[in-house]
Design a protein around this ligand. Sequence first.
Ligand SMILES: [Zn+2]
Length: 376
Amino acid sequence: MNGPDRALVARLRTRLVDLCATPSPSLAEHEVAARVRTELEAWGLAVREDGAGAALGGTTGNLIAELPGGRPERVVLNAHVDTVPPVPGEPLAPVVDGDVVRTNGRQILGADDKAGVAIVLELVDALRAAPFDARPTLVAVFTVAEEIGLRGAHALDVAALRADLGFVFDGEVPVGEVIAAAVFKEAVTITVRGRRAHAALEPGKGVHAIAAAAEVVRGFPLGAQPGGAVANLGRVAGGGASNVVPDEVLLEGEARAFTRERLEELLREIHLSAAAAVAPLGARAEVVHRRLYDGYDVPEDAAPFAWLRAAAPAHGVELAKVASIGGSDTNVFNAQGLPTVNVGVGMHDIHSVDEWIDVGELARVVAWVGDALTGR
Ligand SMILES: [Zn+2]
């Protein structure tokens, strides 16, 4: 095992800084997408933009580019081009500190997932130089609107990619850890209804929706639940004038679990606890839930693991399957039948103004996965 290739580290650093300095909040990714497209086209790849931009009201769709190869497999390499919203009024100013690229402490970095974008571009470039017969066909997919509910991936025609396996480079875990199981997630809305009445003249005629909602919150399975499930209420809205017994309160939250069965059980608990909480007060609670994305569990003998495992020792990578309580575009690829894992790239403190990443680790991912893709 050799140390990281210094030329590769330098290239990745330049590429990452350039991408991070270009704003791309969800649904406004045009500028970064244009850079990615220009680079891929300069390498002679045909780049296609799908209809996700128009469908979602964004400034660009997902980008899809193919690098043909002589091996029979078609392999998706994916990263999302959008980031969480930048802090208003603060320039994007990534700071280079040796091999580390970090924020200046006042603005986001967006290595989530510009690091993944840089990796996919480097992998395409590396395999372009590999013998045709040694490489599979690469299908590079740059998704939009990941941070606002995997919406770009949801709008993507996964079947049309005709791929056999996929790698997403969006893992907030150390290099070597591969996220191959993740949760099912459901949005939960609880509408608590009481009865309006004048708060001073006829308070006894009212049914107090805020008081009832408080009981719903008290009975709600908030936080970590048995079996690795978790639920939250994140928003409350309702009420009106201070002299009126309020008749309606809205509670918005979510529930996550690693299996369909556990999630359904948790949702039943939410329904039952809400009904039990409001009944003594004469109020009603209407619980509505909606699947945001499906979970997945890719077995360790599935194709993505076999490819990664073969090349791991030569790069000092200790492969480990891990589970994530968060979602990523990996959820959507798996739900559409494409066995896909989310490769850890060593992101730290994502979605914050303290985010940082070690470019040496990104170089290790590129070298390792590059070898995995060419079967060396
Ligand atoms: Zn991400």
